[in-house]
Write a protein that binds this ligand. Sequence first.
Ligand code: MN
Length: 256
Amino acid sequence: MHILLSNDDGILAPGLAAMYRELLALGRVSVAAPESPQSAAAHGITVHGPVAVRRIHVHDAFTGYSVAGRPADCVKLAVTELLDSPPDLVVSGINDGANVSINVLYSGTVAAAAEGALLGFPAVAVSLRQGVERDFPQAARIALPLIRTLLDRGLSSGQLVNINIPDLTAGPPRGVRIAPQATRMIEDKFVRHCAPDGRDYYWLTPGDFSHSPGGEQTDLDALNERFVAVTPLHFDLTRYAGLDDLRKWDWSLGED
Ligand code: MN
């Protein structure tokens, strides 16, 4: 078993090292991760310039490719150029912070795993909700048997699963819940200040997820109730119900 490990918090992030150590139980682990933090990079890639790569030794734990690019760059470059053989699995994380609900769209962690899935490999994103304590080794120990289950049960090529571990400050998770992604928006706020040169600047300050009534238990609900959330994702953004509506409309290109 050959695993490609990436993330969006950067190659020096403790969550990556913790995941690396646990994944060794499954096989050989190759690391290709961003040189600098790339949280909220989403599925961006570098198209207007070169991507520098260095091989570095990290925390006396592993040697990996440090990539001056986005999370998706790391996986794309590793698979097509850097690795000596294709991976059997792509893992991204462990992210410092949950990637549930709308954050799935902003997440570089999910994007790195998604890139692996788009390239045709089974892929898993792992994130830990921020709390007073961030015990990444414990989070990695929680994630490992879940990843093992996905492999044993045949997570297939091109499939992506998003794992979110709740805040561990109050104790271990209460269990695992298979849950759909919530679609609640985040009530972000901008804090405005005045720069020395007289310009205003704005600093994004994360707020809470907006409230939505009832409905199916989501990934966000699972974390709120201290369950691990496991969510299969896909990247066909088509709203299929809308196809029928739009097909009924007149789409002629007009006449000269
Ligand atoms: Mn991150």
